[in-house]
Write a protein that binds this ligand. Structure first.
Ligand code: CO8
Length: 296
């Protein structure tokens, strides 16, 4: 299956990424974090014309990117590193054309017990993803099943290739979704759809996912990464501080009651008036000039 480098090289070859130059992970001292060499289950690159987009590709193609613990430990580290890097505006998580991720690794968890899951906090590394302050975009081609669908839902925006297949098939293997499939899915697609998906284990395609509101946009398979990088770059034109606050505020809509969510939103909105970037943004608008945000 094509690697990130292969995909981006192919795109560059077609001249479609001429504004989204791929930066070698080791080409700049400031990017020493992102040497892929230290990872076995993911690949990490910095992309975009401003080198401000962190790209993480899940890389267990033979297992359809099944989410084993070592993969999740690496993914959590890569997300944390990008979150801590002030050069990075947004993060993309992707897979390959056949699979975003076909779920938690069934072979790894086959012999787990209730007691071992509880004692070890099975897959607690997943929390690293939801704790990230920067926007994370899932670029989903191929299967996003079980934990793969839940990983996509942990991200802030989902873009999909037209052959993507989503589903929560845990019911087929005698379990239930364990990382948000019973909680996030209903709030994104409504109770009846979520019940149907969770109780049947049936897959649904990218266009259905878009119709339900799970996915923002669907693209031809080969355009997906390019379009996702463009989206990340567009977010990257805004104040990182305000982007972070906006992300927190939208998340409140899903993580709290409407009343306290609206209160949180109002106080965050008021709070933006204590920032230089809010002042700059409104002044620039009134003066009809481009804003020069300082992350202050
Ligand atoms: N885990 C481990 N290995 C997998 C997984 C998986 N989830 N999915 C695929 N593989 C492996 C296959 O075993 C196979 O390996 P091998 O070549 O060694 O036999 C290889 O990937 C290729 O798979 P297939 O031959 O099956 O490929 P097909 O194209 O025929 O089928 C499917 C593709 C339909 C995706 C099929 O592989 C499938 O049904 N996979 C399982 C999907 C699934 O049930 N996912 C849900 C898993 S449970 C889960 O995710 C719970 C999450 C809970 C999180 C809790 C957090 C606290």
């Amino acid at each position: 299956m094509a690697s990130v480098a292969t995909v981006t090289r192919a795109l560059l070859g077609k001249n479609v990424l001429n504004k989204c130059k791929v930066v070698s992970a080791t080409s700049q001292a400031s990017m020493k974090f992102y040497s892929t060499a230290s990872y076995e289950n993911i690949k990490v690159e910095v992309v975009g014309s401003k080198k401000n987009v962190g790209l993480i590709q899940l890389n267990r193609p033979k297992a359809l990117n099944a989410l084993c613990k070592p993969l999740f430990v690496e993914l959590g580290k890569a997300v944390n590193d990008f979150d801590a890097d002030s050069n990075i505006a947004a993060i993309i998580i992707t897979g390959n054309e056949k699979a975003f991720a076909a779920g938690a690794d069934i072979k790894e968890m086959q012999n787990n017990t209730y007691s071992s899951n509880t004692k070890q906090g099975f897959l607690r590394e997943w929390e690293d993803i939801s704790n990230c302050g920067k926007p994370i975009i899932a670029a989903v081609n191929g299967f996003a099943l079980g934990g793969g669908c839940e990983l996509a839902m942990l991200c802030d925006i989902i873009y999909a290739g037209e052959k993507a297949k989503f589903g929560q098939p845990e019911i087929n293997i005698g379990t239930i979704p364990g990382a948000g499939g019973t909680q996030r899915l209903p709030s994104y697609v409504g109770k009846s759809k979520a019940m149907e998906i969770v109780l049947t284990g049936n897959f649904f395609d990218a266009h259905e996912a878009e119709k339900m509101g799970l996915v923002s946009k669907v693209f031809p398979v080969e355009k997906l990464l390019e379009e996702t990088i463009k989206l990340a770059e567009s977010i990257g034109t805004h104040s990182p501080l305000i982007v972070k606050l906006a992300k927190q505020a939208v998340n409140q809509a899903y993580e709290t009651t409407l009343k306290s969510g609206l209160q949180f939103e109002k106080s965050t909105f008021y709070g933006t008036f204590a920032t230089e970037d809010r002042k700059e943004g409104m002044t620039a608008f009134v003066e009809k000039s481009p804003p020069n945000f300082k992350n202050e």
